[in-house]
Ligand binder design. Structure first.
Ligand SMILES: Cc1ncc(COP(=O)(O)O)c(C=O)c1O
Length: 383
């Protein structure tokens, strides 16, 4: 038998699911809505019993994502928060986690207001500082969760150094890779054990889908996370699995365009008199620029910037015409967010202020529209 050709990641993404339905030869994966499946006999199964436990459309998506990420097992959830929650369910009362302080507010909320009640404790640290991370580890620490680039300040954590630290201290190393996607950053190459996505963002890419993904590098952790998912039930429904499969086919193209546009927008904002600070790892002056060049193959489509006052920020949001003032990121449509009030509103005010997440900070998810139009909208809004 001839060996199977090995294709590039881009080709595998475009070809996701093609020809898997041998009966019809369908190019687009069929959507299997059946909630349950006939058994041929007692103790026999087609491989599918009940859709919470396994679904053919979800399986194509999960296997495609595991391959894309280079992991052993991927699981698709009904949202990024469902994926994160399932990951946290792995831990027990008395366990301690070290987590990036520059992270999505919803992750902070679920840890602080829900898992704290079950005896899971957390220390938030600046994960761009590996020494600070090492200092925060105690005998009870079981895992490190890092978001890099950070959210919303785009700080860059050293994945290789943190991977080594986790190995030395026997910790699970989890990376929320939502901002860069597997196209630009591959946490398993740096020793991560779990990669987490809000697939609502770049993986979905069209602001029309809420989904989350966990990918485990090793069989055992993958099995354990599957057990937790099947037991608690936050699966991604078949229609949404299909939508996400369709989106993944254009992920490489979209990520390329997001990155090109973001770089041009960042350079434009950098010289604008009303912009006092700009946070984009693609700019040479960004403190994480060199590290970012070493561990990622691009800088992504997310940037944040500070304007002269809260008032200017509010005026900008009011005046936007093309860019939507809306929560979320990673879609083809450009979105601007006020993190202090929206995505990070659940972080206590004093903590937000300490981190620099105040109401003059705007976060921009640069879309794939013509970059001239995006810049023109910013120009008139900042006028
Ligand atoms: C980095 C990051 N992780 C996780 C989440 C949560 O994902 P979801 O909104 O899909 O539940 C978000 C949402 O904004 C996010 O930005």
């Amino acid at each position: 038998m001839e060996p199977k050709p090995v294709y590039s990641q881009e080709t595998n993404l475009v070809q996701l699911g093609v020809g898997l339905d041998e009966r019809t030869g369908a190019i687009s994966v069929p959507i299997h809505l059946s909630a349950t499946y006939r058994h041929p006999g007692v103790g026999e199964s087609t491989g599918y019993d009940y859709t919470r436990s396994g679904n053919p459309t979800r399986q194509v998506l999960e296997e495609g994502l595991a391959k894309l990420e280079g992991g052993n097992r991927a699981l698709a959830f009904s949202s990024g928060m469902a994926a994160l929650t399932t990951f946290f369910l792995h831990f027990s009362q008395g366990d301690h986690l070290v987590v990036s302080e520059d992270l999505y507010g919803g992750t902070y909320r679920v840890l602080d207001q829900i898992f704290a009640n079950f005896g899971l404790s957390v220390t938030y640290v600046d994960t761009t500082d590996t020494v600070a991370v090492a200092k925060a580890i105690t005998d009870q620490t079981k895992a490190l969760l890092v978001e890099t680039p950070g959210n919303p300040l785009l700080g860059i954590a050293d994945l290789a150094a943190l991977g080594q630290l986790c190995r030395k201290r026997n910790l699970i190393f989890a990376v929320d890779n939502t901002f860069l996607s597997p196209i630009l950053q591959r946490p398993f190459d740096f020793g991560a054990d779990v990669v987490i996505y809000s697939a609502t963002k770049y993986l979905g890419g069209h602001n029309d889908l809420c989904a989350g993904i966990l990918v485990a590098r090793e069989v055992d952790l993958g099995e354990r996370l599957y057990f937790l998912q099947n037991s608690t039930g936050a699966i991604l429904p078949p229609l949404d699995c299909w939508l996400l499969l369709r989106s993944l086919k254009t992920l490489t193209l979209r990520i390329e365009r997001h990155g090109k546009n973001a770089m041009l927008v960042a350079r434009w904002l950098e010289q604008h008199p009303k912009v006092t600070d700009i946070y984009y790892p693609g700019l040479e002056k960004h403190p994480g620029h060199e590290l970012s060049c070493r561990q990622a193959s691009g800088f992504g489509g997310m940037l944040s910037f500070r304007v002269k006052s809260d008032e200017v920020a509010r005026t900008v949001l009011k005046r936007l015409r093309l860019i939507s003032f809306a929560e979320s990121l990673g879609g083809v449509e450009s979105l601007m967010t006020l993190p202090a009030v929206q995505t990070h509103g659940d972080i206590p005010e004093a903590e937000r202020k300490r981190l620099g997440i105040c109401e003059s900070l705007l976060r921009l998810s640069v879309g794939t529209e013509s970059v001239e139009d995006i810049i023109a909208d910013l120009e008139q809004a900042l006028e």
